[in-house]
Design a protein around this ligand. Structure first.
Ligand SMILES: [Ca+2]
Ligand SMILES: [Ca+2]
Length: 71
């Protein structure tokens, strides 16, 4: 089980501009930076699952829910 510190570290890593929300562009850039290939379709699936208020961004609250669901 991951700790909350890991969760917030991962969130900050994904939130490239530090505005408190992860956009699909930031998510893709973070995956590329990790050397992981991810398709636009895969990102869309992740966002459809995690972006519960459908504003196109993942907040820390949404990320926390998705993280524990995946956990
Ligand atoms: Ca951001
Ligand atoms: Ca959202």
């Amino acid at each position: 089980m991951a700790t909350d510190a890991e969760l917030t570290d991962t969130f900050r890593e994904l939130d490239g501009n530090g505005d408190g929300h992860i956009t699909s562009t930031e998510f893709q850039a973070a995956m590329v930076a990790r050397g992981e290939e991810i398709t636009v379709g895969e990102i869309a699936e992740i966002f459809a699952d995690a972006d519960t208020d459908a504003d196109g961004k993942i907040s820390l609250a949404e990320f926390t829910v998705a993280w524990h669901r995946a956990g």
